[in-house]
Design a protein around this ligand. Structure first.
Ligand SMILES: C[S@@+](CC[C@H](N)C(=O)[O-])C[C@H]1O[C@@H](n2cnc3c(N)ncnc32)[C@H](O)[C@@H]1O
Length: 271
């Protein structure tokens, strides 16, 4: 990948998608200058004790999105390296939010080699204030050793003065939204989930450092807030830009199974 050019804040950032390595881009954002961060990082899915993701055999669900994963990222780091990378990303996110800022960091717990892998090693030491459960519609898992996982978590990592918008605490801490399976991106957020997060705050500038197909930008724009989006994939940055102009541009065409197909998030363990 070519070296990232020098960017100026706010001119080159506000309401822009920036294609580059997220840490390099975030390093160019001044301290305490974005109000809110909403993001879902790659989950390191291809580094899995299950064989479904590792060797690309999607079995019954062998569609292209599952086999290929992300366009410009393998999602297969040794676990320790992945944890260190995610912690470095969180350090950078924490630096750029103010004393009343917050990070909504979505992740998924999973079973690895028969034991729960929660993401404590990533978030430990960060100011985690709450865990929100995102209850999804089913998943796919053929493992007889444990129950079918049906939720993901959203860590609310908050600086001391962070407060919710008026009445937002009534949303509670379990949110139910079906996953978005019609999007061409392999692991998109449902727009309603991000709308719920952004509208729970008074943030003016919202950053997503792993922007993918631009869902956070779409939600921010709809709520009259500014966004900054970062992704390593030129393909996804283009997808997000087109989506902002025409939201229907990311919908898979000619895909008869589109409402049933799982996204990358769904396949975890097959053994
Ligand atoms: C889970 S997806 C985000 C999907 C997004 N929430 C949406 O609604 O479309 C994670 C994204 O991280 C991007 N990514 C992976 N490594 C990256 C890096 N080092 N810097 C920036 N983006 C990266 C991938 O290209 C992928 O689009």
């Amino acid at each position: 990948m070519s070296k990232l050019k020098k960017l100026n804040f706010p001119k080159d950032f506000i309401d822009k998608f920036i294609c580059g390595n997220t840490i390099d881009v975030m390093k160019q954002i001044p301290d305490e200058s974005v109000d809110l961060i909403v993001t879902s990082p790659p989950y390191n899915l291809k580094n899995s004790t299950g064989n479904g993701m590792k060797d690309g055999r999607g079995g019954k669900w062998s569609n292209a999105a599952l086999i290929n994963g992300y366009s410009h990222y393998k999602d297969n780091m040794p676990h320790e390296k992945y944890v260190a990378w995610q912690r470095e990303c969180l350090e950078e996110m924490l630096r750029i939010i103010p004393e009343d800022g917050a990070i909504f960091y979505n992740h998924k717990w999973r079973v690895q080699a028969g034991l729960l892998q929660d993401r404590h090693d990533i978030v430990s030491g960060f100011p985690v204030r709450q865990i929100i459960i995102w209850k999804r519609k089913g998943g796919i898992n053929f493992n007889p050793g444990y129950f079918l996982p049906t939720y993901e978590v959203i860590y609310l990592i908050a600086k001391p003065k962070f407060k919710l918008a008026k009445k937002a605490n009534a949303y509670g801490d379990v949110w139910e939204f079906g996953q978005e399976s019609r999007n061409k991106h392999p692991a998109p957020f449902p727009v309603e989930l991000i709308e719920t997060i952004i509208s729970s705050t008074t943030a003016k500038i919202v950053l997503d450092p792993f922007m993918g197909s631009g869902t956070t930008a779409i939600a921010a724009k709809g709520l009259d807030r500014h966004f900054i989006g970062i992704d390593i994939s030129p393909e996804y940055c283009k997808m997000a830009e087109e989506r902002l102009i025409d939201p229907s541009s990311i919908i898979k065409k000619n895909d008869k199974m589109q409402t049933q197909q799982p996204t990358l998030f769904d396949i975890m363990e097959k053994k």
